[in-house]
Design a binder for this molecule. Structure first.
Ligand code: ATP
Ligand code: MG
Length: 393
């Protein structure tokens, strides 16, 4: 069966009262972004309080559906057959042909739900339901009617044209990106941070990202891996402005001056400070990390307290209560897993101490940082000034 349109069902955004149009506009914008590289020509528009994707000419059905499944705010995608109105007798034939084509196995219960937005149509919705129901029962004796819990709801909408649809492909839910401000994701090459970015962006938040790169200790390939992860996340989140920071001099200086078991915590504090500087400059409303309580030494409650202490923006940690296994499942679902596990060195692992503190004391950490007084401000400023910006789309 050839489908000519998709009716987009959205959940939560329908209940936003006066702001509803803002949500719908964001949804339309994100759908256009998601379809920009798909084979075909699409007209995405709002009509009578609904969002439609009209497919103009030939298009790649699978790819279109896959792309729509990545647009936050969509709860269901209904492939629609659009027919020219050639009278009710023809419609009966078309409905039978539709059922025949779409459902290989006819052993199902159904209900016809007709609606007329063109009220001068010569039959009422009730009459249409009965008559089209009869046609289906007569043509396919294995089917049966169930008006309360049907397996199949056949929607017949009379507009300028007639719309037939019955299938609802689940969307990702959430809210359209662009309806909830923006946040700065600390994006490493690991499994967790891309998932963290995905989860916050699912609530409508636009993403920027910062990656701390430590050449020559981390290779160009490690950086490319992070760019690729940002690209994979951007398939859901929309374009991401990625900041690549040269972190080597700061790391080496901390390594020289501070106790090695505190290195990771102090480094993480400088990462937060620098990411926050970019965030504030661009008006981001929070930071996002992939931390989860107790996963590693730098993510105990004490370590999180010490890392958090340098931030003034809220830090969102959507994975905080997740086990690794649960995080891996999401990363597989969103297709970042295979890239995340590619074995490139991470700037944190290179300088890591054999026995890092697991219960850092904030005062001690602050005292250790005093040893950096001579050069650190200058090094941080240089790192900020020499940032490389990559627009990931
Ligand atoms: P991930 O899988 O996200 O790398 P992880 O389990 O390796 O996380 P850590 O290395 O302790 O954990 O990092 C915790 C968080 O700090 C990461 O989720 C990420 O948000 C941030 N982070 C760590 N390293 C970097 C980096 N090189 N650049 C940017 N952010 C980083
Ligand atoms: Mg990591």
């Amino acid at each position: 069966m050839e489908f000519h349109s998709f009716l987009i069902k959205y959940g939560e955004i329908g209940i936003k009262g006066k702001n509803r149009y803002l949500f719908e506009d964001a949804l339309v914008r994100q759908i256009r972004f998601a379809l920009k590289d798909v084979d075909g020509s699409f007209y995405v528009h709002k009509a009578q309080g609904r969002v439609y994707v009209d497919c103009e000419g030939a298009y790649d059905y699978e790819e279109t559906v896959e792309s729509l499944k990545r647009v936050f705010g969509i709860v269901g995608i209904c492939p629609v057959v659009r027919l020219e109105d050639q009278g009710f007798e023809q419609l009966k034939k078309d409905v039978a042909a539709y059922i025949d084509d779409v459902y290989e196995n006819k052993n199902f219960s159904f209900k016809v739900e007709a609606r007329r937005s063109r009220k001068q149509y010569p039959m009422t919705s009730m009459e249409m339901n009965c008559s089209l129901g009869e046609v289906i029962l007569d043509t396919f004796p294995e089917t049966r009617v169930d008006v309360h819990h049907p397996d199949v709801r056949l929607n017949v909408e009379v507009r300028e044209e007639i719309y037939l649809y019955s299938d609802i492909i689940p969307g990702p839910g959430g809210m359209p990106v662009g309806t909830n401000g923006s946040a700065m994701l600390l994006l490493s090459g690991g499994i967790d941070s891309p998932v963290a970015g995905y989860m916050v962006s699912k609530r409508g938040v636009e993403l920027e990202a910062t990656y701390f790169h430590a050449p020559p200790y981390t290779s160009e390939r490690a950086k490319e891996k992070v760019v690729e992860l940002a690209r994979l996340v951007s398939r859901y989140a929309g374009p991401i402005k990625l900041h690549v920071v040269s972190f080597t001099d700061i790391q080496l200086y901390i390594y020289e001056q501070c106790p090695h078991e505190e290195l990771t915590i102090i480094m993480r504090r400088y990462m937060m400070r620098i990411a926050e500087a970019f965030a504030k400059k661009d008006g981001c409303l929070g930071l996002i990390t992939g931390e989860s309580i107790g996963q590693v030494a730098s993510q105990t409650m004490q370590s999180l307290l010490a890392t958090n202490a340098v931030c003034t923006l809220p830090v969102y940690r959507p994975l905080i209560g997740f086990d690794k296994k649960e995080i891996v499942e999401i990363s597989e679902k969103i297709d970042t897993y295979e890239t995340s596990i590619q074995p490139f060195e991470d700037c944190c692992t290179i300088f890591v101490a054999k026995h890092p503190v697991t219960k850092p004391n904030l005062e001690w950490i602050e005292r250790s940082e005093l040893k950096l007084a001579e050069k650190i401000d200058e090094l941080v400023q240089t790192a900020i000034d020499t940032v490389e910006i990559i627009e990931v789309k």
